[in-house]
Design a protein around this ligand. Structure first.
Ligand code: AMP
Length: 213
């Protein structure tokens, strides 16, 4: 089963992708996570990607597309996978469609996690994470026991550069201009399913499971 997650940044598609992967035993492939781990490890790719990510822009296709195609060609993807954050543009979707077609495959479902912009801004600007152990928090929805401090390891929590308000606005603009057209693309392909992403995490997941079967 090949699943594409669609939705604005901060719509919760990463969380849902993780839950789908756990239930169906398939890998979770997040291009954003791949870039972030490259940044953490100080690679050349990470250095190049960071310049775009920090501004809320898309990383250029030269750095993104082949990386993704190589990843989905790995052995652990043989029974399917969930793509989270790819494709982000119509050209990326077309590359994916063509690459899959060569293997007689296709995207089985594109799950669109629908959340209005106002909710997105509130969700993203409150996100905090621990730079040491990676734990995630939200100042409003999942606050740490002590403000600004990680419950698990006691480190000072940080806000991702790309979760800062100006960058969030830019990411939403980029989403509407470049990524939202994918909803129609996958609708035309007959594989689109939209879920209400404003519900709580478990209810959204239950709706997704109904769709995936
Ligand atoms: P995400 O964690 O999916 O929100 O991605 C974080 C950032 O990584 C995005 O704002 C982009 O700068 C970059 N990125 C992730 N996936 C892609 C992609 N498919 N194409 C271009 N840039 C991407």
């Amino acid at each position: 089963m090949i699943i594409v997650m669609l939705g604005a940044p901060g719509a919760g598609k990463g969380t849902q992708a993780g839950m789908i992967c756990e239930k169906y035993g398939i890998p979770h492939i997040s291009t954003g996570d791949i870039f972030r781990s490259n940044i953490k490890n100080g690679t050349e790719l990470g250095r190049k990607a960071k310049a775009f990510m920090d501004k809320g822009q898309l990383v250029p296709d030269e750095l993104t597309v082949q990386l993704l195609l190589d990843r989905v060609a790995a052995d652990d993807c043989a029974n399917g996978y969930v793509l989270d954050g790819f494709p982000r543009t119509i050209p990326q979707a077309q590359v994916l469609t063509d690459a899959l077609l060569k293997n007689g495959q296709k995207v089985d479902k594109a799950v669109n996690v629908d959340v209005p912009d106002e909710n997105i801004i509130r969700r993203m600007s409150g996100r905090r994470s621990c730079p040491k152990c990676g734990a995630s928090y939200h100042v409003e929805f999942i606050p740490p026991k002590q403000e600004g401090i990680c419950d698990h390891c006691g480190s000072a929590l940080v806000q991702r550069e790309d979760d800062k308000p100006e960058t969030v606005k830019n990411r939403l603009r980029v989403y509407h201009e470049q990524t939202q057209p994918l909803i129609e693309y996958y609708e035309k392909a007959g594989v689109l399913a939209t879920v209400d992403g404003t519900k709580n995490m478990n209810d959204v997941f239950a709706d997704i499971v109904k769709i995936l079967g």
